[in-house]
Design a protein around this ligand. Structure first.
Ligand SMILES: Cc1cc2nc3c(=O)[nH]c(=O)nc-3n(C[C@H](O)[C@H](O)[C@H](O)COP(=O)(O)OP(=O)(O)OC[C@H]3O[C@@H](n4cnc5c(N)ncnc54)[C@H](O)[C@@H]3O)c2cc1C
Length: 426
């Protein structure tokens, strides 16, 4: 338990999951004077929130999320004045390898016009000036000077402390096994150590949210995808700016090394859920097949067996998998690092210092669900950030707090409602 409070049995709000979304939501709800308790099945922020690339970006965000991305910038800056977690307003440059990619980037910029962005096109001379380390010729580039780099693990330690100092309780190593419904309302959670009642319950359980919701028969069409990352040894004279391309993505770390990954290398396995939700995912998958690799194998039957083990009053997979720590795809990482060394000789003397992977919670439209659950008053969802919830985490937590209080502007919350999938008789 990391809480500074002793645990009572009733709270205004209970939150499942101490990642960036659960903790940011808790912080803003506490700011409204509510009593808030957060439960995590493992350590706080051990899953996606401390494994990501550490980008806070606007370039490439869905139009529905741009408001959250822009609103998160000042929140991160404000937090960075309160604590040192390696926040750098270093900018992000998105490089197009060919004409098709360049058309995609320009079309995004056209759609985003008038929304208060600082993103602009870079000419080839400007690109060479910004990235003198790279010998490759690019078809085009966009640059957002206000985008930033953050050390995710340090940021999450900072946020955990900030949330505790604000008076939120955080209990780690204690899974929420299921949600209780009484009189048609969500009214309590069953944890490993007993039942805790609450006026409102928020599910912010990342890649596990689908299963937490399943305990009360609510369907969210969420799948899991595994993404791998490497860290290099320190590099003298490497780029300061975050770099995005289909060959590699990188961020300079505080230790002088780089976090490097490839954005189109995520893996997913055929599972009972991927069959159930095929209709929802197929249109986007067919458009962007190159972004995801799908594998079949024993995963289908393993997951089928797991699904049967979520039930009341017994230990369940939340407790077996306290820390979701998948094996990284080393071959793809090595290939990515080779591409980087080919294009930017400054990396040739560096080595791979470590590698890891994370399990990402994806939605069919790659937009999160920030929503009340119509069927059960008192139940709320904040999940499905589809690989970009870290940068927009602060403003997403603030919007979620507004949704829980019933005060969110309808236009801001509308794109994120659960009802858009029509899977819960809504
Ligand atoms: C490799 C990788 C790179 C990424 N890069 C970026 C990036 O550069 N920029 C960006 O914006 N985003 C990035 N993302 C995405 C971003 O990290 C996530 O969208 C974000 O962290 C999601 O936060 P979360 O709080 O919803 O989920 P998580 O951080 O996964 O937290 C969920 C928490 O819920 C807990 N939990 C689950 N079930 C239960 C239960 N039954 N009871 C109690 N607790 C439970 C888990 O233990 C976990 O701690 C990346 C993700 C990965 C994996």
């Amino acid at each position: 338990m990391t809480s500074q409070q002793s645990m009572s049995q009733h709270y205004d709000v209970v939150i499942a999951g101490a990642g960036i979304i659960g903790l940011s939501t808790a912080l803003f709800l506490r700011g409204r004077g509510l009593s808030v308790m957060v439960f995590d099945k493992g350590e706080a922020a051990y899953e996606q929130s401390s494994r990501n690339w550490g980008w806070m970006r606007t370039i490439g965000q869905d139009m529905a999320e741009l408001e959250l991305a822009l609103a998160s910038r000042p929140l991160w800056r404000q937090w960075a004045e309160e604590g040192d977690f390696g926040f750098r307003r270093c900018g992000l440059v998105s490089l197009a390898g060919d004409g098709e990619e360049w058309a995609g980037l320009r079309s995004w910029l056209e759609h985003a016009a008038g929304r208060g962005l600082d993103t602009r096109e870079l000419g080839s001379a400007e690109t060479a000036e910004l990235l003198p380390q790279f010998h490759r010729r690019w078809a085009g580039a966009l640059f957002a000077p206000g985008d930033a780099g953050i050390e995710p693990d340090l940021a999450m330690r900072f946020l955990e402390k900030k949330v505790l100092d604000a008076g939120v309780g955080i209990v780690t190593g204690n899974a929420i096994r299921r949600i209780d419904i009484s009189g048609g309302r969500a009214c309590a959670v069953e944890t490993e150590t007993g039942r805790v009642t609450a006026d409102r319950i928020v599910v912010a359980a990342g890649a596990w949210s689908r299963w937490v919701c399943k305990t009360v028969g609510i369907v969210i069409p969420q799948l899991r995808v595994t993404a791998s990352v490497l860290r290099t040894t320190p590099v003298e004279g490497g780029p300061e700016v975050n770099v995005a391309s289909t060959r590699y993505c990188l961020r300079r770390r505080r230790d002088g090394g780089y976090t490097v990954a490839r954005r189109n290398s995520s893996l997913t396995w055929v599972t009972p859920d991927s069959v159930r939700f095929m209709r929802q995912y197929l249109p986007n998958y067919l458009k962007q097949k190159q972004l995801l690799r799908v594998r079949a194998g024993t995963s289908f039957f393993k997951e089928l067996r797991l699904e049967r083990r979520f039930g009341p009053g017994q230990s369940n997979p939340f407790e077996d998998f306290r820390a979701c720590d998948p094996a990284p795809d080393i071959d793809t990482l090595k290939e990515t690092f080779e591409h980087l060394k080919e294009d930017a000789p400054v990396f040739r003397s560096a080595r791979i210092a470590s590698s890891w992977a994370g399990t990402i919670d994806v939605m069919p439209d790659a937009l999160p669900v920030l929503s009340p659950v119509a069927r059960y008053p008192g139940l709320f969802l904040a999940t499905g950030f589809s690989a970009h919830g870290f940068g927009i985490g602060p403003a997403s937590g603030r919007l979620m707090a507004d949704i829980v209080m019933g005060e969110a502007p309808a236009a801001s919350a509308a794109p994120f409602r659960l009802e858009r999938f029509h899977l819960n008789d809504d």
